[in-house]
Design a binder for this molecule. Structure first.
Ligand code: NAD
Length: 289
């Protein structure tokens, strides 16, 4: 056995030892989550589900009043704290992670959920629309993930990063070039970061909700009305309309997206990374719109 072979064996043993030391995801009851955009809609439902499973949650949102209301609803400072953060600001993101460390001793689960939806036809989409959409959703989630990776690597305990992307990350629909492009960007961030952070025990996965989840601010801010007009039906009937177009004939609501976050991070999918789970009652599988 020559020197090179000896080195390879020693090196391999070292690598194996590193892998053995790498922690598997912990039960949610021992974990601290930071959820961006948790003041409303899907993020709020995710925060509720994570706390119900025993985690402590940092409710990170641009909207201070909403974030505070959610944190209070979740049981106050023992279970949840509110932090005002604009995900376009590196400084504010760093402060949010510091607040998590002060409140709960660290962070090992981060959900990139904050977002806006600029859904316009191509010819009406301005450069400013494009930049704003990308600043918040593509650049914002990159910045949050980078800080998450810094913190998780320093803690040395691995962790989870979950992106709330969209069916639109994969399937094209008309009139939302800016929004859908950022969702495709997020989907690739999932794969890239899964590849890069796996050796640190950090798993990166995504959830692709159907593009029409009611009970969310994005929906309330005109999206619902726009869709109702497109399909020529009343807005109140949109839920049932959307349910009927799915394979399962079920409407997707924020809690269903939260269920997928729990499935990915709650303990059993320990060997899954780089995956996107569709939560769309089958719409994408059947190429439905
Ligand atoms: P929402 O408007 O209810 O929630 C978004 C939250 O993000 C709000 O509380 C808002 O204050 C916050 N936010 C916006 N800009 C921010 C910023 N710069 N910094 C920090 N926080 C900011 O909308 P939602 O539907 O719950 O959306 C949550 C996520 O789910 C988004 O990423 C959205 O694209 C995605 N999604 C939504 C649907 C849907 O149909 N509602 C479908 C697929 C994917």
């Amino acid at each position: 056995i020559d020197e090179a072979e000896k080195f390879r064996i020693e090196y391999w043993e070292l690598e194996e030892a590193k892998l053995r030391r790498m922690p598997e995801p912990k039960a949610l009851a021992t974990r601290v989550a930071l959820v961006t955009g948790a003041g409303s809609g899907i993020g709020k439902a995710i925060a509720h589900r994570l706390v119900a499973e025993g985690a402590c949650v940092v409710v990170a949102d641009l909207d201070t009043a909403n974030a505070q209301a959610v944190a209070e609803d979740l049981g106050g400072p023992d279970k949840a704290v509110a932090v005002t953060v604009d995900v376009t600001s590196e400084e504010q993101i760093a402060e949010a992670f510091k607040a998590a460390a002060l409140a709960f001793g660290g962070v090992d689960l981060v959900v990139n959920n904050a977002g806006i939806s600029i859904s316009k036809p191509l010819l009406e989409t301005t450069a400013r629309d494009w930049d704003l959409q990308h600043d918040i959703m593509a650049r914002g989630s990159f910045l949050v993930s980078r800080e998450a990776a810094r913190v998780m690597r320093a803690q040395g305990l691995g962790g989870d990063i979950v992106y709330i992307a969209s069916k639109n990350a994969v399937f094209a629909g008309p009139n939302n070039i800016a929004y859908s492009a950022t969702k495709a960007d997020q989907a690739h961030q999932v794969r890239l970061l899964a590849a890069e952070l796996g050796e640190h025990g950090i798993r990166v996965n995504g959830v692709n909700p159907d593009g029409v989840v009611r009970g969310s601010g994005i929906f309330a801010a005109g999206w619902g009305a726009q869709r109702a007009a497109t399909y020529g039906i009343e807005e109140e009937k949109l839920g049932e309309f959307y349910a009927q177009r799915t394979i399962l004939k079920r409407e997707v609501l924020p809690e269903h997206v939260a269920n997928a976050v729990f499935a990915l991070t709650g303990g059993d999918l320990t060997h899954t990374t780089g995956l996107h789970i569709p939560v769309d009652a089958g719409v994408a599988a059947a190429f439905l719109r």
